[in-house]
Design a protein around this ligand. Sequence first.
Ligand SMILES: Cc1cc2nc3c(=O)[nH]c(=O)nc-3n(C[C@H](O)[C@H](O)[C@H](O)COP(=O)(O)OP(=O)(O)OC[C@H]3O[C@@H](n4cnc5c(N)ncnc54)[C@H](O)[C@@H]3O)c2cc1C
Length: 490
Amino acid sequence: MRSGFDVIIIGGGVVGCAIARELSRYRLKIGLLEKNLDVGYETSGRNTGVCHGGFAYDVGTWKAKLCLEGNRIMGDVARELSFPFKRCGKVLVGNTQEDYNRLLEVIRQGEAIGVTGLSMIDDAELHRLIPGVVGNFAMLSETSGILDPFQMTIALAENAVQNGASFFFGQEVTGIRREGDAYVITTPKETFVTRWVVNSAGLSCGKISDMLGLTGYRVIYSKDDYILLDQRLGREVSMPIYTVPSNTYMGIHVTVTTDGNLLLGPTAQDTEDNAYYGVEQKNLDFLYKAAMDIWPHFTKGDYIRTYSGILPKWADEEGRIQDFKMEIVDDVAPRAVNLVGIESPGLTASVAIARHVIGMMREREAFPERADFNPVRKGIRRFAEMTAEEQAEAIRENPDYGELICRCQKVTRAEILQAIHNPLGVSTVTGVKYRTRAMMGRCQGGYCQMRITRMLEEERGLAPQEITYAREGSQMLYGLVREEAHHVEA
Ligand SMILES: Cc1cc2nc3c(=O)[nH]c(=O)nc-3n(C[C@H](O)[C@H](O)[C@H](O)COP(=O)(O)OP(=O)(O)OC[C@H]3O[C@@H](n4cnc5c(N)ncnc54)[C@H](O)[C@@H]3O)c2cc1C
């Protein structure tokens, strides 16, 4: 049994990690329980990475307010924590008078929320910004941007750990009960005792809410499929290109990532199964056609891979989607923060959600501040982003920068070692991938995956069979296929 926690956070997505990081400003014993083997393995690692402007949400909602605030602070947070973020803007392109009127409505709504930098731009300006885009005009949102969702989640988690929080992986919460003033939280492996608990379980928010006795939330799931294209194309698209949104669907978009890949998506389909991430051929065909209508400059040869993400939406009896739910119900579950339906724009809003949640907690209890809180986390220095002189200098200082492990993305041994020995500790192959970009290029790890597996083996002192690709049970190696040659009788 692990006891004495002030706060246990359930869920290591971007919201749980942001809460852990923001709480680590106070003198508290903080634990985070995550069922997967790393942070960001569910919705926080399966999204579009757009820092939304905030204009798309109903006036007066938490989605609108916290998106706006999350967007406002994103530059500072990204600088402190060293994760990639670009305030590059975003366009919503249109062609008809109806589109034009709808975009004017979007501007009016955005301005009522307090979003700045929204304007209509004509054909010439649109094509100056994004040559080759199909559209007669557009709405430009200057404050929108793009960020790396993996790196953001990892950076928040690492900074929380630097400031004293503890993360426990492979710990799926299966039960919560109250004993006096404490919550006793059980997983199949261990028991944790804490005064406060935070439900930040994303797709499982309804289950954890039930465990806390806060019953009755109806959570429905919407699955979005995407196609990831070659980095070659990212140079030609300076900002995300969206179409005109309806009230329920943001519309198809062609988005650029901070690493210069293009994303085509999403499909937006309701699903019962919140753990199925497969992408069907008919959806690939749909995305190909729909994306061609707005940016027809790619071929199927540019596809690198597909992926999907699932949104947890809190809906009422009639199926109407509700706002973010963030509550502490003192008479049912005191000192339990319950987060339900943290769908889009949960990535943009994550740090603002965390600060709001901590505000709710501090209305009930004074948390003493830590004088030694360090908001700065240094990221991995990327060889591929250095100038030739910087590369030479880096190799002189650390010869491991001179050994390329991933050729497609030019990731060196030095970077892989920094990833493996980060404050959270990495035990999976994708843990290295998301921290370094190794295996994210054209060959998707065909060349370097086994070398990285070997490095994990050596550095972590693990047996080959203990190394997983991503989740528990996704072993890279299961055993020997043949005995060593010297065992064979001549
Ligand atoms: C396709 C798609 C595109 C999106 N695009 C954007 C975008 O461009 N911009 C934007 O702002 N937002 C976007 N979003 C929304 C955003 O990604 C989410 O709102 C955000 O990631 C939610 O984070 P979270 O931490 O609440 O949830 P999650 O990332 O799902 O984290 C919850 C964590 O809880 C863990 N967990 C669950 N149950 C248990 C348990 N019983 N015990 C222990 N751990 C548990 C899970 O493993 C998971 O790691 C998008 C979402 C999707 C699906």
